[in-house]
Each structure stands twice: as structure tokens, then as C-alpha cells.
Design a protein around this ligand. Structure first.
Ligand SMILES: C[S@@+](CC[C@H](N)C(=O)[O-])C[C@H]1O[C@@H](n2cnc3c(N)ncnc32)[C@H](O)[C@@H]1O
Length: 432
């Protein structure tokens, strides 16, 4: 008699080699960033859903390195085949993440090939296999410096010159070191492996898990690039005076201001980001009044002593730790951000007491979001003035330009591991 037990069909996934989940997630991440224009941290929530711990970290590392080296990886792919693979075709995407594993993350070749082929999904598997085999037998290498996307390189060369583009490529070629900001100056015997570039700051070599660093639970420090700490440094100590921290979340600068003795009203439009700000303040035991509001319509009940406007921007200055940015941002978005910044700045300027101070900052390497923004503001508000940093207020290597603005460009403090690209201006209101 025939065996009538139901035949259990194997799903295609069951036959898959181990390690597919982080690679699939990396592919989804790349798609969300390059096709939909989502930022990496937004794309991560959907693409890496269900992944935890090392798998999640591996997915993010694959996508990040594929984006950082994408121009050079594409050149290798194009040099290896006469067949033109369109930019958005699956096989190119698979090759990008596979070559990032092979050439940057140094994953074993057999694991890279066996996990790449199932991802091609009816595409040219033989071609993908042939290119990955060649990469190994010919021992392909990436150049010393990761090439910037052409549009960015052209835009930055026009604004800052070729030397800046070269410095940006050097800075982009590896994830940056980890900078910590401290509420109070740490004991010099703590953090023996760290370098101090400014008061209440320590720089650690890259690649460490932040949660495992000593004192994370106690909340005496937070992660913040040295450049991002400059705007709050320009406000000095608060001595109980009130500062409006506009566009405050997730709160790196709020924590600095609280530690410096300011009474803070921290405003941000994003409820989700304000939750992170609240968690950061709780972890560090610092306090601020937290307000959800859109600065285009919200306003304070009374003028304040000082304002920090850390305006939303293209974020092209943080390209070293967010390699998605330079593949997503186009001139149209820079223009839109510049218009929004002008509107926020115009409103914020009404809320400073006579003789008070307003610090404007963006993590952008676009003049339209920095120098040009403040020049236009000063033209429209000639009674306001720029107050350049005084000696000792900032690390000695960070000097104002001839207009009194702070501009951190790639190449600055390069030997020490570089800085994010920031623009900061301290503006003084007329005294009445
Ligand atoms: C550069 S981030 C701020 C970073 C923050 N200052 C820090 O140090 O952690 C810009 C912030 O602006 C907020 N934002 C954007 N448009 C806004 C608006 N119209 N009103 C209030 N907040 C806004 C965003 O939600 C985002 O949190």
C-alpha cells in the first residue's frame, strides 16, 4: 500500500546556506537608501527587522561599507564585464554588497559567494559568480582612498577647492574615531588609551561597542563628535540663565548645556526623537524642560538670554559615519533645507533678549546652509553682529574665518582622526 503521509516540501529558504539573513537585510538597506532615498537609520528599522546583535551589526556594516566604497566597487564591476549592468539592477546590488564583504570586511570568499548567489533571484548568476571568482583569483584591491560620488566631488571642489575633496576622501575611507563628551572633566588616569582634544572630551580608537565602554550605565559621558560639541561651547557657562535649545533632539547639545549650568527649554518637532532626548537626559541625570513643537508655529512665552539653533540640514558634514548621505542628497534638498533654516532663524531671532546671543549651527558642508545663510541674515538684520570665538574658547586648531565664523572642513585635525563638517556662527542681538 502506498505511503499516504503528506510530502513536506522544502521551502527555497531551507536550502539556503547559513548567514543569509544579514546579507538580505543589507540588500534591503541599500535598496531603501539608493532607490527611495531613506536615511540609513530610518531604513534600518524596516530592513533589519527581526535581526538582533551581531547579525544586525553585520548587516549595517555591509551596507555602510558598500556605500562608502560604491564608486570604486562599481568601477571594478564595470571593468570586469562587457555586459552593462544598469545601476538599479539586482545583480549589481548583490555584487556591491558581496565585494564590500570581500574587499573591505575581509569575509571568507566561500561564504561571500555562497550567500551572494541565492540573492540574484533569477538574474545572471553565472555572471555574478564569474565576477566574484575573478575578484578572488586576481586578488582585487580597492584604492587607498574611497572616491566620492561625482556630484558631491564637483560641488565641493567648486565651493572649497580640490584639496578639500582629497581630504574628504581620506576622511571617508574608514569609519571615524569615537568622541565622548563628559558632564565634568574626567580624571586624567581614566581612559588611558584616549586622547583629549578639548576640555571634557576624549577621543577613542574606532570600532568599539559604545555600550561596553566603562561608565555607560552611570551616564557621565555621551557620544558626540568634537565638531558637534563646538556650538554649545560657544555659549559658555549658564549660571542659571535660560537658553532655548531649538531643534534639540536627540540632545547631545542639550546635555552639554545642562552640564554647563544652563536652564534649558529644549524644543523639537519630532516626538520620537524627543523620546531619545528624554532617555539621554535620564541616563546622564541632567535636566531640561522638554517641549514638542514646530518652530515655524511654536513660540516661547518670554524672550530668553540665549538661543542655540542647531538647524535641520542636508547633514553632508557627517558623511564619515553616515555614508548614505552623499548618495542621497541632491542640490534640490540643499535648497529646501536652506529655505527652512532661513525661516527658523528669522523666527528665533525675535526670541532673544536685547544684547543676548544666538548660536546657529549646521552639520553641513554646503555654504548655502552656513556662510551664505548667516550673511543673508546679517544683511537683513544689520543691527546684529557676529561674535567670533575668543582665544581659549575652542581647541587651538579651530580658528574662525575672516567673518568670525567657524567652519570645520575635512583635513582639519586629520592626524588626530579628523572632525565632522560643521558650520557655527555666534550672533549678538542689538542691545536695545
Ligand atoms: C541636527 S538635528 C538636532 C540635533 C540636536 N541638536 C543634538 O545635538 O542632538 C535637527 C533637529 O531638528 C528637528 N526639526 C526639524 N524641523 C523642525 C521644526 N520645524 N521645528 C522644530 N524642530 C525641527 C528635527 O526633528 C531634528 O531633531
Amino acid at each position: 500500500m502506498a505511503d499516504r503521509r503528506p510530502v513536506r516540501r522544502r521551502s527555497p529558504r531551507e536550502a539556503e546556506p547559513p548567514g543569509m539573513s544579514p546579507r538580505r537585510a543589507a540588500l534591503r538597506l541599500m535598496d531603501a537608501i539608493l532607490r527611495r532615498g531613506d536615511p540609513l537609520d530610518v531604513a534600518m528599522h524596516a530592513a533589519a527587522q527581526g535581526l538582533t546583535g551581531p547579525d544586525r551589526a553585520f548587516a549595517i556594516a555591509i551596507a555602510s561599507e558598500a556605500l562608502r566604497w560604491m564608486v570604486d566597487i562599481d568601477a571594478l564591476i564595470d571593468g570586469a564585464t562587457a555586459q552593462i549592468l544598469p545601476d538599479d539592477v539586482k545583480s549589481r546590488a548583490v555584487l556591491r554588497i558581496a565585494l564590500a564583504q570581500l574587499l573591505v570586511l575581509k569575509s571568507p570568499g566561500h561564504a561571500v559567494v555562497s550567500t551572494a548567489l541565492p540573492l540574484v533571484d533569477g538574474g545572471p548568476r553565472r555572471l555574478v559568480h564569474a565576477i566574484l571568482s575573478r575578484a578572488q583569483t586576481e586578488e582585487w584591491q580597492l584604492p587607498d582612498r574611497a572616491t566620492l560620488p561625482l556630484a558631491t566631488a564637483e560641488r565641493w571642489a567648486e565651493q572649497w577647492g580640490l584639496a578639500m575633496v582629497e581630504a574628504a576622501e581620506a576622511g571617508w575611507s574608514a569609519p571615524p574615531p569615537i568622541d565622548l563628551s563628559f558632564a565634568v572633566e574626567p580624571d586624567p588616569r581614566e581612559w588611558p588609551e584616549a586622547v583629549s582634544l578639548a576640555p571634557r572630551q576624549r577621543r577613542l580608537p574606532r570600532g568599539q561597542a559604545v555600550e561596553s565602554l566603562p561608565g555607560y550605565g552611570e551616564g557621565g559621558w555621551w557620544v558626540q563628535d568634537l565638531a558637534a560639541s563646538l556650538p554649545a561651547r560657544l555659549l559658555g557657562t549658564g549660571e542659571g540663565r535660560t537658553v532655548l535649545d531649538l531643534c534639540a533632539a536627540p540632545g547631545g547639545k542639550t546635555m552639554q548645556l545642562a552640564a554647563a549650568g544652563w536652564k534649558i527649554i529644549a524644543v523639537d518637532a519630532s516626538t520620537k526623537r524627543l523620546e531619545r532626548l528624554g532617555a539621554n537626559m535620564a541616563r546622564t541625570g541632567l535636566s531640561a524642560e522638554i517641549v514638542q513643537g514646530d518652530i515655524r508655529s511654536w513660540e516661547p512665552v518670554a524672550p530668553v538670554d540665549a538661543i542655540l539653533l542647531d538647524a535641520p540640514c542636508s547633514a553632508t558634514g557627517i558623511f564619515r559615519r553616515h555614508p548614505d548621505v552623499l548618495h542621497r542628497i541632491e542640490p534640490r534638498q540643499i535648497d529646501e533645507m536652506a529655505s527652512l533654516q532661513a525661516a527658523l532663524l528669522a523666527r528665533a531671532a525675535n526670541w532673544v533678549k536685547p544684547g543676548g546671543v544666538l548660536v546657529y549651527a549646521t552639520c553641513s558642508l554646503e555654504r548655502a546652509e552656513g556662510e551664505e545663510q548667516i550673511s543673508a541674515f546679517l544683511k537683513a538684520n544689520p543691527s546684529w553682529s557676529v561674535e567670533a570665538p575668543r582665544a581659549g574658547e575652542l581647541p587651538a586648531a579651530i580658528v574662525p574665518d575672516r567673518d568670525g565664523f567657524i567652519r570645520t572642513l575635512p583635513g582639519l585635525l586629520a592626524e588626530e582622526g579628523g572632525l565632522d563638517g560643521f558650520f557655527v556662527a555666534r550672533l549678538r542681538a542689538p542691545s536695545g
